[in-house]
Design a protein around this ligand. Structure first.
Ligand SMILES: [Zn+2]
Length: 288
């Protein structure tokens, strides 16, 4: 819902300053852990739980090392078993598809919960900076569009994590079969594949939190008629140098133009938008 926060503030008291900076909203890492645990980790755990089944099929399939005794027989075993393993991966794929359907309500729940958290933070930040309570306006505003976009994005990402895990595991299994690798070696590779998926999922979860928070920042500023923001650098160790250099500078929310300077921001480089960027926007309320 569009409203003018500046008009509300002017109505309540005569602001002496030309500008009021509202504190930025920092999403706590706990929300990223919640997202990871309630959704992505369940997909990784399901693949991990499938390891004994995969290995049982592998051990049944892998031909004996000494193929010279009866080469014809071994080729026979190899082709049959490869198709059994193929069936198993199809079955596992279906199981994961059903699991992901179960996880979608959890994703929805997390996304809405994070939105409510952001809404309360924004209300508190506006209240302490201006003395104006926008609670009723925020409650009447409904769900920001970023919420639906985040839900769709996470649904796609979680499928991608599962598919990638399946690909990594099946490559390890079929390559192992071809090279007649011992089962424990293949099992170790599968565990590595699941470990990689876990690490990727943790990164995705904190990135998704930053992106949702950044999208909500923009929408809520836009609704309030706020057109400028102060760049707040993430302070991350391996941050982009040009992001660090923007810390404290003033920009236009819609265009990314620097208010008094040449350092314009491209749309895909706005705070919190590039991968793993934890930079934020501070709303700047201006009175003319
Ligand atoms: Zn950044």
């Amino acid at each position: 819902m569009a409203y003018s926060l500046a008009a509300l503030v002017r109505h309540k008291r005569n602001p002496r300053r030309k500008q009021i900076v509202i504190r930025d909203i920092r999403p706590p890492q706990m929300l990223a852990s919640d997202l990871y645990r309630s959704s992505y980790a369940r997909v990784c755990a399901a693949w991990e739980a499938a390891i004994p089944r995969i290995m049982a099929e592998y051990e049944r399939s892998v031909p004996v090392r000494d193929a010279s005794a009866n080469p014809g027989k071994n080729i026979q075993i190899l082709s049959d078993s490869a198709s059994d393993l193929g069936d198993l991966f199809r079955i596992l794929g279906d199981e994961l598809t059903r699991l992901i359907l179960d996880i979608i309500p959890e994703l929805r729940d997390w996304t809405f919960r994070t939105d409510r958290w952001h809404r309360d933070q924004w209300r508190g930040a506006v209240l302490s900076a201006t003395g104006v309570d926008i609670e009723t306006i925020l409650y009447a505003s409904g769900t920001p569009t970023t919420v639906g976009e985040t839900l769709a994005w996470n649904t796609a990402l979680i499928k991608d994590v599962s598919d990638q895990t399946r690909q990594r595991i099946s490559s390890a299994v079929f390559a192992g079969l071809q090279a007649r690798k011992p089962a424990r070696e293949v099992a170790a590779q599968i565990r590595d594949a699941v470990g990689m998926s876990r690490r990727r999922s943790q990164l995705i979860a904190s990135d998704q939190l930053a992106k949702l928070a950044s999208g909500l920042d923009s929408e809520r500023m836009h609704d309030a008629g706020i057109s400028q923001f102060k760049y707040r650098h993430s302070g991350k160790l391996h941050a982009r140098k040009w992001h660090r250099a923007r810390d404290g500078k003033l920009y236009e929310l819609e265009t990314g133009e620097q208010v008094e300077g040449p350092d314009d921001i491209a749309r895909d480089d706005m705070p919190g938008v590039p991968p793993y960027c934890g930079c934020r926007k501070q709303a700047v309320l201006t009175f003319d």
